[in-house]
Design a protein around this ligand. Structure first.
Ligand code: SF4
Ligand code: SF4
Length: 441
């Protein structure tokens, strides 16, 4: 019989025997808090009624294509990179569907034990009935909260809270809330982890991205040490036997079976035979201290380095796009239906259209002037122009020159827009048209 191997000697303490389940549950709690906090602090949220996209606290307008594009591609490549390097780590550790499915399983189990203990004298049928009522009540209440958080990703949370407080079942937002609550309840009452193996597109995507260097949970037992205790099978909430294959569609790489084997085998003086390892032929997680840091992190081939490069490209693009973004968008376009007009005093006027969009959270004032046009006068009803936080405005104005202004047919000048309180300064090149000598407008 082989001698007892030191278990996980090369692993960091956080991944050693007995820690995995606790660590995973702590990560679940952290991810749940993040899931709840993201829409409330506008870290990531689509506001469908107002057509806004919030990313890292910045309010983006749907028409800000560059930033929305870079944000989406950056998030997509994080998903791709994580799945390629670490397998279904998102499913096992961070997915709300998995977290709440496991929480529903745990609540059901705890309530069963409590009912059995407290009402031991009741007939089994009555105990089962009470257990069912309690389980569905708890899931029903939790569904209202979860549906609220979920819809907060698409509707302003305070607005949503008002609808919830008034039991709004008439407006689109209220109906969406009620339908989402119903689906959430049905999901966590009856479907739970079955969703992951049947409906979830992300599960299928991750399966396609895994290759020979992806981190997998594996049963590796060349010396036939497995004692057939089946604890790894009993703890698997996806209902599979990891010993059959590391590539089973249902496996979410949560590592619960590893911990089960790590508990059982050392008691018999044997090394565990289920472990995290890189690809079916690769070393176990945490081994190979002689290799580079990036290699040990899982960046093991050109494909992974390329994905890292693409991720870096989109992150840089996003950073540049955000740094160039102005809190108040100022656009000026000439009204060329009429090239120019003659004023009552005999001067010449060109008409322009001003578009303002205040993407910041405070009221802004935009002061406009025309630079580089000799004797040009800008006539705008209110200057500075006020724009409410999150609001937009369209205004028409003219630039006029006196009758005796000796300008060519086309003069180049620029509009300068000063925005307060941000202090941003925009310069917009423009042309001023004069009548050609001898022509009439
Ligand atoms: S827990 Fe380990 S020893 Fe027990 S059946 Fe599973 S692989 Fe074999
Ligand atoms: S086989 Fe192991 S890693 Fe895969 S889902 Fe089951 S317990 Fe988790």
């Amino acid at each position: 019989m082989p001698t007892a191997a030191p278990v996980n000697q090369s692993l960091p303490p956080i991944l050693k025997s007995g820690n995995r389940h606790t660590l995973r549950k702590r990560i679940h709690l952290l991810c749940f808090l993040i899931f709840c906090a993201l829409p409330f602090f506008n870290v990531m949220r689509f506001d469908i009624p107002r057509q806004r996209f919030y990313f890292a606290g910045v309010q983006l307008w749907i028409n800000e294509f560059g930033i929305v594009f870079f944000s989406m591609m950056f998030l997509l490549f994080i998903v791709v990179g994580l799945s390629m390097v670490y397998g279904r780590v998102y499913c096992g550790y961070a997915c709300p569907q998995m977290i709440f499915s496991e929480a529903a399983n745990a609540a059901e189990e705890k309530l069963r034990k409590w009912v059995t203990k407290k009402f031991i004298s009741w007939p089994v049928k009555r105990r089962n009935l009470l257990h069912g009522v309690l389980v569905y009540s708890v899931i029903g209440l939790a569904s209202v909260g979860l549906a609220f958080v979920f819809i907060s990703y698409f509707v302003e949370p305070r607005d949503l809270l008002g609808r919830l407080a008034h039991f709004d079942l008439i407006t689109a937002g209220g109906v969406a809330g009620a339908v989402t609550t119903l689906f959430t309840f049905l999901d966590f009452a009856f479907v739970r982890q079955r969703f992951c193996t049947t409906l979830c597109p992300y599960g299928y995507l991750q399966g396609m991205l895994a290759d020979k260097n992806t981190l997998l949970v594996q049963y590796r037992d060349p010396d036939h040490l497995c004692i057939e205790c089946k604890k790894c099978v009993r703890v698997c909430h996806m209902g599979i036997d990891i010993r059959k294959s590391p590539y089973q569609m249902e496996c979410i790489h949560c590592g619960e079976c590893i911990e089960a084997c790590e508990e059982i085998m050392p008691r018999r003086g044997l090394p565990p035979v289920v472990e995290y390892a890189w690809g079916t032929e690769g070393a176990k997680l945490g081994a190979q201290p002689e290799r580079s840091f990036l290699y040990r992190l899982g960046i093991r081939d050109a494909k992974r380095r390329a994905v890292m490069g693409v991720l870096f490209f989109y992150a840089s693009g996003l950073a540049v796009a955000l740094s160039m973004r102005h809190p108040v968008m100022v656009r000026i376009s000439p009204e060329r239906a009429t090239l120019y007009a003659t004023t009552a005093s005999g001067g010449v006027a060109n008409r322009f259209r001003l578009n303002l969009a205040n993407r910041s959270g405070e009221k802004a004032f935009v002061t406009l002037r025309a630079d580089g046009l000799a004797a040009g006068t800008l006539r705008l009803a209110a200057n500075p122009v006020p724009v409410d936080a999150g609001g937009s405005k369209v205004a028409y104005f003219t630039v006029e020159v006196a009758a005796d202004a000796n300008l060519p047919a086309v003069s180049h000048f620029q509009f300068v827009a000063e925005t307060q309180p941000s202090g941003v300064h925009d310069e917009i090149p423009m042309t001023f048209l004069m009548p050609q000598k001898g022509s009439k407008q």
